[in-house]
Design a protein around this ligand. Sequence first.
Ligand SMILES: NC(=O)c1ccc[n+]([C@@H]2O[C@H](COP(=O)([O-])OP(=O)(O)OC[C@H]3O[C@@H](n4cnc5c(N)ncnc54)[C@H](OP(=O)(O)O)[C@@H]3O)[C@@H](O)[C@H]2O)c1
Length: 257
Amino acid sequence: MNVNDLLSLKQKVALVSGGVGRYGLPIVEGLAEAGATVIATSRSLAKSQAVATRLQGTGLLVHGRALDQADHQSVLALRREIEDHFGRLDVFVNNAVAWPMKRYDDPLTAWAESMSINSTGMFDLLREMAQLIARGGGGTIVNISSMFGVFGPDFSNYTGTEMDCAPDYPFQKGGMIALTKYLARKLAPQKIRVNCISPGGIYNHHPEPFLSRYVSKVPLGRMANHDDIKGVVVFFASAASSYVTGENLVMDGGLHA
Ligand SMILES: NC(=O)c1ccc[n+]([C@@H]2O[C@H](COP(=O)([O-])OP(=O)(O)OC[C@H]3O[C@@H](n4cnc5c(N)ncnc54)[C@H](OP(=O)(O)O)[C@@H]3O)[C@@H](O)[C@H]2O)c1
């Protein structure tokens, strides 16, 4: 098969949770540019539809839908909507994240809220979408973890800024990598491949002195940009990676090389 055909997502239906966020948007664009019909979710239907309308204007097949993954009824409603409107699901990019916990000393209620969205809710959505993909004969799941799921944060980067890394985040992101390996084995009989991307920070007008400290430690000399994740996610979503499952790819500009 020609490599361009292997990478093509034409005729495929893809879902990206949190598809209007910092990494979600380029993921939606990348999948749609590879030919997929992409459903981008936000808790706000208006927000997801505004992004979809803008991308449709550039010729991409993008649709906006509402999803709160912490709400089981919302997860089921999205599942029904995909079945009724799109008929199938081939690709799920498990990307959404909420940040209710900001610091190590925050109350346990913040940790619990984070778990209900990023752990329980995330798994609820993942399991429902895997069932949908299985019903159509198989497909791919791409989990979006973080370099903090593999490596500890470098707290010295945050000195003199309001930035921090709360402990729920690496806990969940490390778990997501382990879950990827579990699901790769569990779902292989249903012809579903499950892989994971662990990105480094994407540039978002970060404050000094964080930015220059961070960038000085990255061999490629910059934070991730809008395009960096597109090819990686299309690789894992498409037949170009058809003999890869259970893998975690760290995409951090060489920071941990
Ligand atoms: N930003 C980085 O530098 C970085 C680095 C490494 C890894 N990552 C990973 O990249 C992924 C995306 O992160 P991001 O930085 O793009 O975050 P973001 O800009 O905050 O986007 C996260 C998205 O998740 C959605 N979301 C929040 N709560 C939700 C809920 N209860 N149900 C459904 N969706 C919900 C939000 O949508 P609405 O608010 O519109 O509902 C938002 O669009 C995450 O898995 C994150 O761990 C990010």
